[in-house]
Write a protein that binds this ligand. Structure first.
Ligand SMILES: Cc1cc2nc3c(=O)[nH]c(=O)nc-3n(C[C@H](O)[C@H](O)[C@H](O)COP(=O)(O)OP(=O)(O)OC[C@H]3O[C@@H](n4cnc5c(N)ncnc54)[C@H](O)[C@@H]3O)c2cc1C
Length: 385
């Protein structure tokens, strides 16, 4: 096969990149190890920044999002006995949207713009330092295939081969806790997300729709989900989220999904080597506390699609040359914000740290300057920041 851009990975980064390239008049072919059904049903992120919503809308992918997604004015931050609402609209004039990554993925598949080879094996990148890079793989029927391209886009997440093909510096932080996440068939007990600091550990009440709730508990690394029967989860969520305080009630329901997610920060620089460009989780991972992973993937491929269209259609390579630096500015801002939210809200055994966290939370919830800083980062800085 011959195409202009060989895209590795059909997650949100890969499919959206292919979609944006097609709209810009650049051809691409995507290869993906998993099946289309698996990719479309993987439960992951659920919050879209204002700029992600604007971008998806401008790319013709906003109809279902605006009809079925939920626009939120802000979030709640909570300490024992106190719940504060941060109103992003009042603070910075921007909102966030609740719309699951599964739905974004389904919209991208339904758009049908990307040529995707699902269920491939043995994806290998070749000659990325030359003007004639290519990718080889074995297709779902067992045939050996080769894609010759002008450029390869590595959108294959943190476990894919692309990031290993970039000689790079890595910056990494692991955290001493994980999230136990559940999906439950019950109407959310809150109109907007609740981020709760509690001596037992952090808890988050999020949601996916009017009838589906998504909730998380901070748990130690290595926790086996089987050690948390549903009753124990609901009981601990009730404690940490303040069931019964000021008349608020947490309603439990059938748990349909349960998993443990380790927390990690990771940045690989640069995000380009020769004709290989990295985007999304292939280049960086953030802990989910700041809701940035999916939004960063969208921001990366927005910049990358503009750069590749300018280069491959108009022969102007300047944006491609600055892509890594341009993308990393936002990546590091989001990496810092995600680390900041994570370390402010997750508890440990040090009482000094706990007092610093509570002091920080009081400042953010009572100072206009503190609240505005959080709102600006959470609702997302403009693409290109
Ligand atoms: C388990 C998990 C849970 C998460 N939960 C949350 C959350 O609750 N909140 C939040 O904000 N963020 C969450 N995130 C982060 C968010 O989902 C990611 O940031 C987002 O998926 C990044 O998109 P991406 O396209 O860059 O990578 P991915 O979505 O990982 O897509 C990469 C794709 O590449 C494919 N691939 C891998 N190797 C190969 C290969 N050799 N050949 C071809 N294809 C390959 C993969 O199968 C995958 O489809 C979570 C991430 C994970 C991994």
């Amino acid at each position: 096969m011959r195409t202009q851009v060989a895209v590795i990975g059909a997650g949100p980064a890969g499919l959206l990149l292919s979609h944006l390239l097609r709209r810009g008049g650049v051809d691409s072919v995507v290869v993906e190890t998993r099946s289309q059904e698996y990719v479309a049903s993987r439960i992951r992120a659920g919050i879209l920044e204002q700029s992600s919503v604007d971008l998806l809308t401008a790319a013709g992918l906003g109809d279902r999002l605006r009809a079925e997604g939920h626009e939120h004015r802000g979030i709640y931050l909570q300490m024992p006995g106190e719940r504060h609402h941060l109103d992003f609209v009042d603070l910075i004039g921007r909102t966030v949207w609740v719309y699951g990554q599964t739905e974004v993925q389904k919209d991208l598949i339904a758009a049908g713009t990307a040529e995707v080879h699902y269920e491939v094996t043995g994806t290998t990148l070749h000659d990325v330092e030359t003007d004639r890079p290519y990718v080889t793989f074995v297709d779902s029927g067992g045939a050996a295939r080769r894609i010759d391209a002008d450029v390869i886009a590595g959108c294959d997440g943190s476990f894919g081969p692309s990031r290993h093909a970039v000689p790079s510096e890595t910056f990494e932080r692991t955290y001493p806790y994980s999230w136990l996440g559940i999906l439950a068939d019950v109407a959310p007990s809150t109109d907007e997300l609740i981020y709760a600091w509690h001596p037992n550990g952090f808890a988050l009440h999020s949601m996916r729709s009017d009838t589906v709730s998504r909730l998380y508990l901070q748990v130690p690394n290595g926790t086996d989900p089987a050690s948390w029967p549903d009753d124990r989860i609901w009981q601990e969520l009730a404690t940490r989220l303040g069931h019964g305080e000021h008349g608020w009630k947490l309603t439990g329901g059938p748990v349909t999904d349960k998993s443990v997610l380790p927390m990690r920060s990771y940045v690989q620089t640069p995000m380009r080597h020769g004709r290989l460009f990295l985007a999304g989780d292939a280049a960086h991972i953030v802990p989910p506390t700041g809701a940035k992973g999916l939004n960063l993937a969208i921001a990366d491929v927005t910049l990358l699609s503009q750069a590749l269209v300018a280069w491959l259609r108009a022969g102007r390579p300047a944006l491609a040359e600055s892509y890594s630096d341009d993308a990393l500015r936002r990546v590091w801002r989001c990496t810092h914000f995600s680390w900041w939210m994570t370390t402010m809200l997750h508890t440990g055994s040090d009482p000094f740290d706990a007092q610093l966290q509570l002091s920080q939370l009081r400042w953010v919830t009572t100072s206009n300057a503190g609240a505005t800083g959080l709102a600006e980062n959470y609702a997302g800085l403009p693409i290109g920041f």
